[in-house]
Design a protein around this ligand. Sequence first.
Ligand SMILES: [Zn+2]
Length: 222
Amino acid sequence: MKKPLVALLSGAGVSTDSGIPDYRGPNGLWRTDPEAEKLVTYEYYMGDPEIRRRSWRMRRDNRTLNARPNAAHLAVAELERSGVPVRVITQNVDGLHQLAGMPARKVVELHGTARSVVCTACHARTPMEDALARVDAGEDDPPCLACGGVLKSATVMFGERLDPADHRERRAHPVRRAGRRGRPGADRHRAAGTAAQGRRRGRLSGRTGRGPGRRAGPSVAG
Ligand SMILES: [Zn+2]
């Protein structure tokens, strides 16, 4: 008999033991500091070079990339290695499941990854480490080396429109419907920090619309 697929939903709590704060929890930075929230809001980021400079400094200083997988990440990877078909659906952007040994193709990163940067003009993806090295070397808002466009973390920011290719990938995934409320057939939708939620085009907000004050957002800064 075929082994059942085990789908694990992985949230911020999984990474707190690796020293990564829950930015989006009740006391998280994104919910308590509107200025910090701007650093991860697409409209502000794209429109204000000073916000970008602060955002790069924040990423450089957080050093999320130095975090190591903890016992939870290792246990999940071990389960997969033992022959159990495992898929991880994570809100975390730290890449620690993959670092622990989970094959990347079996990890769906709902909020993207902080380990890469993407050019907002030509969509080239490059390692975050390279961008942070440029920041360390004195470029306070490093542009894309290929086209000069604005670079951003490959995480999903508040108010960001998702890449249609990414969206198709999620729709094609066998566990794609976990938590998803989007409109089937829509080629694009906006994200309120989570790719799992459909957004009406034209709205730009960090609120999810599921009650006053409720927010979803990128779960980690770095
Ligand atoms: Zn570019």
